[in-house]
Design a protein around this ligand. Sequence first.
Ligand SMILES: [Zn+2]
Length: 57
Amino acid sequence: MECPVCSTQDVIEIHHRLPDGSEVSFFTCDRCEEKWWMQGDEGLTLEEVLGRSRRPQ
Ligand SMILES: [Zn+2]
């Protein structure tokens, strides 16, 4: 994975499983501190991740 901002490959990837069972990856860049989320090849916004992290009523 390459940072979308500074293009370095020094990024840290952390896997998360959301309460709905989906697997997402959190990335953080070592150089510019950009942070982003992906599910498979799809980018996720923080709002989407937080929305899915809420347990259904
Ligand atoms: Zn970066």
